[in-house]
Design a protein around this ligand. Structure first.
Ligand SMILES: Cc1ncc(C[n+]2csc(CCOP(=O)(O)OP(=O)(O)O)c2C)c(N)n1
Length: 574
């Protein structure tokens, strides 16, 4: 069995060397006094030319964890994040919730205040070391991580690191949390022998139950208006091609339900669009068999449900969303499997059962509806081009016009997919449905870290920009050479809050008086100035005609290596 000896001047050195051995390329840190052994270890490993993950300083924990999230989306590889004891963990909690709900693995770690009050190297020597101790530090994250543990002795190092990686990479994936007490990191073990490469492999697809594939195929093939609803299958780029194969095999229309990835090419004639919160969709009303693929909320039961007689099939790695406390969607046929593995099998079974004539007729009917919907969306975007106030649809359409093969968009929700066509897997990422605002900018930086050659654009509201720790993000852009274009859809309010009031109180006092306290963000800051603090490019954009040229200027700045921000004053409905 191949082994490697880690020289291990300290446990911290051994830890970093082991992480690199296990494929962790980046270590994003928001440091404190608990990091002293790690800072020393990084310096030692660098001076001695020994392997270690690349350390990147990130000035806010929210950004560091969001970057870890984006890095995984962009590369399919996890990285390590480390924060300062209890207080750093508190700041990291929201993006950890996002990673958990999106099944994104992150090796999340934090120091522990020294346990000993004297006597050991690393023992307490500051007032914080008493007040920062907690009875159960991991409790802050426990509901949202798959595993938590504390490294108690260097003897355990290999076992603990491999356990962390094994659990976070096993499906359904998710973040794990490892605490690292200062005395343990500072301890000086003798050399540690570790197995290398690791013998704790987690590779492998989850294959579906063949009986369920057969059952689902018969239902889809025998229906006259089958429908696919998909939200997150595109996390695995292979699933996009597999979904196309299935849709074509059965002549099945596809609606992306609050998609957080590109799941199905926008221009494909079987693409029927996007479910809109609060709106009904005739495609769902007419469906007589529904396949839900990786969608936690395929429809809003209070607004519209599939017809009572339509059988519902759920396909996904955990089609029951077992970690959600409550969720009651009917499920007649469960298919618990890796979508990229299950969808081709389902396509093949559908082909066996379906009448090719019916497929052709259905496909033609859906393609006509696809064209009709597309034309209506185009009309909305074009009409906004000549308004005096800029509309969200028009900004989205202008963005479409600057997309090229190498552009990736990270959307913290204002970009409307109806007006921006994404057609290739891995070119679009949106915020997880837990919606911990502030995720988008950090996630976009993570995508840029994963794909340095890509042009990365972050789209977010003025509300989300506030939440994103913007100066930390812009610092990271410059310090770590990760320039991206940030487009702020600035409607000068939290419109989601206002809309929820209108939804709940359609005839209420707030509407009648046009007063929506606690949702107004005026006077709106000169957001475009913030990025100038890191020598970036900022521009305020007011008129529809200025959007496209501003996007080109912003992208030109990014290509020169400068972070760029466009503060676009616009309204959802101009
Ligand atoms: C951390 C966090 N705090 C508060 C909220 C509640 N919230 C949801 S949407 C929203 C408004 C976001 O404003 P903006 O990004 O400008 O988008 P808009 O709704 O105006 O389109 C708020 C405050 C949240 N989702 N996350």
């Amino acid at each position: 069995m191949p082994t490697r000896t880690l020289r291990a001047g300290t446990t911290a050195e051994a830890y970093l060397e082991l992480l690199r051995d296990r494929g962790i390329e980046y270590f994003l840190g928001n440091a404190g006094t608990d990091f002293a052994p790690l800072v020393e270890a990084f310096a030692t490993l660098e001076a001695e030319g020994r392997p270690a993950p690349r350390p990147l300083v990130v000035p806010h924990e929210f950004v560091a964890v969001s970057m870890g999230h984006g890095y995984y989306l962009g590369s399919g590889r996890p990285l390590a994040v480390m924060v300062h004891v209890t207080v750093g963990t508190g700041n990291a909690a929201t993006p950890i919730i996002s990673a958990a709900r999106a099944n994104v693995p992150i090796l999340m770690s934090a120091g522990r205040t020294p346990v000993t009050e004297e006597g050991l190297p690393g023992a307490r020597d500051l007032h914080i070391h008493w007040a920062q101790e907690s009875f159960d530090q991991a409790a802050m994250l426990r509901e949202y991580v798959k595993w938590d543990y504390e490294l108690r002795t260097p003897v355990q190092l290999e076992a603990v690191v491999d356990r962390a990686l094994e659990v976070m990479l096993a499906e359904p994936q998710g973040p794990v949390y490892l605490t690292l007490p200062r005395e343990v990191l500072a301890s000086r073990p003798s050399a540690l022998a570790v197995t290398s490469p690791s013998r704790r492999q987690v590779r492998g697809e989850r294959l579906p139950d063949p009986a369920r594939i057969e059952e689902a195929a018969r239902l889809l093939a025998g229906a006259s208006s089958p429908l696919i609803l998909v939200s997150a299958a595109g996390r695995d780029p292979r699933a996009v091609a597999a979904l196309v194969e299935l849709a074509e095999a059965g002549g099945i229309g596809v609606v992306e339900a609050d998609p957080i990835y590109l799941n199905f090419p926008h221009d494909h004639p079987l693409h029927l669009g996007y479910n809109q919160s609060g709106a009904t969709d005739p495609a769902l009303a007419e469906a007589d068999a529904v396949l839900v693929v990786e969608a936690d909320v395929p429809w809003y039961p209070a607004v519209q449900k599939p017809p009572a007689g339509a059988p519902v099939i759920h396909l996904g790695i955990d089609p029951f969303f077992s970690r959600y406390p409550m969720r009651s969607y009917p499920c007649d046929v469960p298919i618990a499997a890796t979508p990229a593995a299950a969808l081709p099998l389902l396509a093949e079974a559908v082909r066996r059962h379906v009448d090719p004539g019916a497929v052709a007729a259905r496909s033609a009917r859906i393609a006509a509806e696809h064209r009709r919907r597309r034309a209506a969306w185009d009309a909305v975007a074009t009409e906004q081009a000549t308004r005096s106030t800029t509309g969200f649809a028009w900004v989205s359409r202008c963005l479409q016009d600057v997309l090229d093969e190498d552009t990736v968009v990270v959307n913290e929700y204002p970009l409307d997919r109806r007006y921006t066509a994404f057609n290739r897997a891995g070119t679009y990422f949106a915020s997880p449905h837990s919606s911990g605002l502030g995720w988008g900018l950090g996630a976009a930086l993570g995508v840029k870290l994963a794909r340095p050659e890509a042009t990365v654009i972050a789209t977010l509201g003025d509300g989300a920009y506030f939440f994103s720790q913007p100066l930390s993000c812009h610092f990271v852009e410059r310090a770590h050479r990760l320039p991206i274009l940030t487009v702020i859809f600035n409607n000068q309010r939290w419109e989601a809050v206002k809309r929820s009031v209108l939804g709940l109180y359609p005839d209420g006092r707030a509407k009648a008086t046009d007063r929506f306290p606690l949702s107004d963000l005026t006077p709106s800051p000169h957001f475009e100035e913030v990025v100038k603090a890191v020598d970036g490019y900022g521009e305020r954009v007011e008129r529809p005609a200025d959007v496209a040229p501003a996007l080109k200027r912003g992208l030109a700045a990014v290509r020169e290596g400068r972070p760029a921000v466009l503060n676009v004053l616009c309204q959802r409905t101009p």
